[in-house]
Ligand binder design. Structure first.
Ligand code: INI
Length: 164
């Protein structure tokens, strides 16, 4: 790559240092499988706080289940720098899983594109509760923690890009 190529890159290909100071973040949690989603919420708060988001700038909203999360995100998107969705969809034996998980993911993407606000998909989709527990344990491998980092990266990335 030449130095003139580098000048055309608007952000780095490496994971950037994260600075969440001044960001307002909404976290929307599903109550379904709430032992898991509370553990994701703990991880998400830790991730946001670890990167400088003020505790007073984190708003948490609970909804019945993963299916409802995108509608809440739509309601909040204009008021926050990022919206994190936290849910736990466990496959079990019915096709319900595919509808709930699929509609949640599609809805999250739609709200993000329609609103211009990052909507982060911190929703576990697993075959078993044990797999969901593995991904919501303490530390930075908690998917809620990872979602917090994605929210900060996307909010600061969008702020840094030239507007149209
Ligand atoms: N909601 C979840 O968040 N996780 C699940 O595993 C789940 N299952 O398995 O059914 C689930 N269902 C509820 C769904 O999100 C809605 O709340 C419900 O269908 C009412 O719209």
């Amino acid at each position: 790559m030449t130095s003139s190529d580098q000048k055309t890159e608007l952000s780095t290909g490496h994971k950037p240092a994260l600075d969440g100071s001044g960001l307002h973040v909404a976290v929307v949690c599903g109550r379904f499988n709430d032992v898991i989603t509370n553990a994701l919420l703990d991880g998400c708060r830790q991730g946001l706080r670890a990167h400088g988001v003020d505790a007073a700038d984190i708003d948490v909203v609970w909804a019945p289940g993963a299916f409802e999360l995108p509608l809440v995100a739509k309601h909040l998107a204009a008021q926050f720098d990022a919206v994190v969705l936290l849910g736990a969809v466990v496959r079990g034996d019915t096709p319900h899983f595919d509808f709930v998980a699929g509609e949640c993911a599609a809805g999250a993407a739609r709200v993000a594109l329609d609103s211009g606000t990052p909507v982060v998909f911190g929703v576990l989709t697993t075959d078993t509760v044990a797999q969901a527990e593995e991904r919501s344990g303490p530390g930075p491998s908690n998917k809620g923690y990872e979602a917090a980092e994605t929210a900060i990266e996307m909010a600061t990335l969008l702020r840094s890009l030239p507007s149209r």
